[in-house]
Design a protein around this ligand. Structure first.
Ligand SMILES: *[C@@H]1O[C@H](CO)[C@@H](O)[C@H](O)[C@H]1NC(C)=O
Ligand SMILES: *[C@@H]1O[C@H](CO)[C@@H](O)[C@H](O)[C@H]1NC(C)=O
Length: 594
């Protein structure tokens, strides 16, 4: 420990992983975009910045044996993990994936799923009351018809009517099952855009290269990819040693209130806490960034809160107005917000920092001077500040690293001759992975304190009365919909994190096999999501949660149309996803480390 101190002086103490919180909340989403900007949504983390919630002494003891100047130390990579025990079936199934026969079958499976619309809307009523849920009935019929072997081999349980849980029982019940999740629903199609689609949104049209339509990418490709993999494995007479469980929600695009929330409860009751070896849900993909192909599985998610800022003041006739109406006061408060954005610094314990280390280690086109600063920042606070300054010129990186604020709603006033008695705004926050809902509340409460006094307002923040007594009006801060969400617990990564190693090795083996590469062609850099997937309800099921689609996002000219017009997926990318799920299931099945 002693010698270490000199090298690591200045390294902040690792933060405790965030605790869990039940939540419902607004869904913003995993967006998928351009090169460096993938960093915008998904940022990585490596062993120095991750590891267990508190770093054990043994971990530190090992560090000096690593040379921090090598790429291996900055962003260690697993080797490609090719199934051994299941090597033969992996090879033989894999060779069929390139055939014309399989390609047209896969395109038809996915296209058929797109042709059964399954839109989810905000604020839907309970299942059974809101008829819009009924679209999932025909979708289930479609799955039953399309994947007969899955349905005759796996046990199916329906949760809250439309949530699907499939269990493929393994021969060894002592092994923790693998959990694969996806969602059946899609965002709605804006009917005014119908004329702009290259092929109609529910056509599922296959033009020989791409499958078109709503859900073709998000997330029917994941769901159909998983089921296609299982159907193929079963038809090849493969049987699992380790159980495989599938869970498919039906309102991920509307915060999972009815789907994943019920599935999470069911899975916890049925299997218990920490019962799964790992969980793979939709999330980041892979693509070219700064000259390297980088896969970015999400190992965390930012937190979330909408803060409602409400001002009340006496009403009256506007011909004899006070100096400040509630609207004027609220305006001052909002100006104060924007004048005091959250401090963001590059923190060595965060996923963002780890991702940057991977970029510095493996991306040839990152400018050499920046690379050097990022590398040096491991042990030099000065270099850390320099790197931060340069990197934060890109607002997307800064936004990813810190807690953000955006004033998104405002209302006040009813008539031009009446003073507004009540005015409010809502400020949306995405909470940094190392922060918390409470820290965000405390920050907001503090920045408005002075103005509350200046305008003579009694101040209540999140249920706590801060100033009372006679006042001109009131200022109240609250959690707008009672739907705040803590940042997700960070999934362990690094050389000792078995699940992360199996996932990384699987990504590499898949990528290489799909391209018949001899050399290792892809780097894995763990990332975070700014939005939330269904996994927010699954935190207790396993500490190894990965948000990852093995989806080739190309070099940035994102064609995917996710959440908008022209959603589509290249058939080659879809086949590669199937290859990934196949490799993952076989690798996890034979892994002794999990
Ligand atoms: C959708 O694709 C069609 C055909 O390529 C193109 O003409 C159209 O502009 C695209 N629409 C949008 C909104 O990008
Ligand atoms: C605040 O307003 C109340 C009610 O009008 C008044 O009694 C009090 O004197 C005011 N305080 C200040 C500091 O202006």
């Amino acid at each position: 420990m002693k010698g270490l101190k000199a090298v690591y002086d200045g390294l902040p103490a690792p933060t405790q992983a965030q605790g869990s919180s039940r939540c419902i909340c607004a869904s913003f989403k995993k967006a998928l975009v351009v090169p460096f900007i993938i960093a915008a949504y998904l940022v990585g983390k490596h062993f120095l910045s991750s590891g267990p919630a508190t770093w054990p002494v043994e971990f530190w003891d090992e560090v000096p044996t690593l040379n921090l100047r090598t790429n291996e130390a900055l962003c260690p990579q697993s080797v490609p993990l090719v199934p051994e025990k299941h090597g033969e079936i992996w090879e033989s199934i894999g060779s069929t994936y390139g055939t014309e026969d399989f390609v047209s079958k896969a395109a038809e499976y996915l296209g058929g799923a797109v042709r059964v619309p399954t839109e989810a809307f905000d604020k839907m009523d309970e299942v059974g009351k809101d008829p819009r849920w009924e679209v999932f009935g025909p979708f289930h019929d479609y799955l039953l018809k399309t994947f007969p072997l899955v349905h005759s081999t796996l046990a199916l349980t329906k949760v809250n009517t439309y949530g699907l849980v499939y269990k493929w029982e393994g021969s060894d019940a002592s092994l923790k099952p693998l959990l694969l999740t996806a969602h059946q629903d899609t965002v709605p199609v804006d009917l005014t855009t119908l004329g702009q689609w290259a092929h109609p949104p529910w056509s599922g049209y296959f033009d020989g290269e791409r499958v078109w339509g709503r859900g073709s990418s998000d997330d029917k490709s994941g769901l159909i990819g998983i089921l296609t993999t299982l159907e193929t494995l079963i038809s090849n007479k493969w049987t699992p040693t380790r159980s495989v469980v599938l869970a498919f929600g039906f309102d991920e695009e509307a915060s999972g209130l009815h789907g994943a929330s019920a599935l999470g409860k069911y899975l916890e009751e049925t299997y218990g806490e920490n019962a799964f070896s790992m969980l793979v849900d939709e999330g980041g993909g892979f693509g070219e960034q700064k000259g390297a192909v980088i896969a970015v599985p999400g190992i965390g998610e930012k937190g979330y809160i909408d803060v409602r800022v409400e001002v009340t003041s006496p009403g009256g006739h506007s011909s004899i107005p006070p100096a400040h109406t509630s609207i004027g006061i609220l305006a001052s408060l909002l100006v104060q917000y924007e004048a005091h954005p959250y401090d963001v610094s590059l923190d060595r314990t965060t996923p963002v920092y780890g991702f940057l280390q991977c970029l510095a280690a493996h991306a040839p086109d990152l400018p050499a001077s920046l690379k050097k600063k990022i590398r040096k920042s491991l042990s030099s606070n000065k270099a850390l500040k320099q790197a931060e300054k340069e990197l934060f010129k890109d607002p997307t990186i800064k936004n990813l690293a810190g807690t953000t604020q955006a004033i998104d709603l405002i209302e006040g006033g009813v008539k031009t001759n009446a003073l507004p008695e009540r005015t409010w705004a809502v400020v949306n926050h995405r909470i940094a992975t190392e922060s918390s809902v409470d820290a965000t509340k405390a920050h907001d409460t503090a920045i408005l304190k002075e103005l509350a006094a200046k305008f003579n307002l009694s101040y209540t923040a999140f249920g706590e009365t801060l100033t009372s007594g006679p006042a001109y009006g009131t200022l109240t801060l609250s959690d707008a919909w009672g739907a705040s969400l803590e940042p997700a617990p960070i999934t362990p990564t690094g050389p000792d994190a078995a699940a992360y190693q199996v996932l990384s090795g699987t990504i590499k083996a898949t990528y290489n096999a799909h391209r018949s590469l001899k050399d290792d062609g892809i780097v894995v850099a763990p990332g975070i999501m700014t939005g939330n997937t269904d996994t927010r309800y699954y935190w207790k099921l396993t500490e190894n949660i990965f948000r990852y689609n093995h989806h080739n996002q190309g070099s940035g000219k994102a064609l995917s149309g996710v959440h908008t017009v022209n959603e589509s997926i290249s058939i080659d990318a879809f086949i590669e996803m199937i290859r990934f799920f196949t490799t993952l299931i076989l690798n996890v099945d034979e892994s002794k480390a999990l």
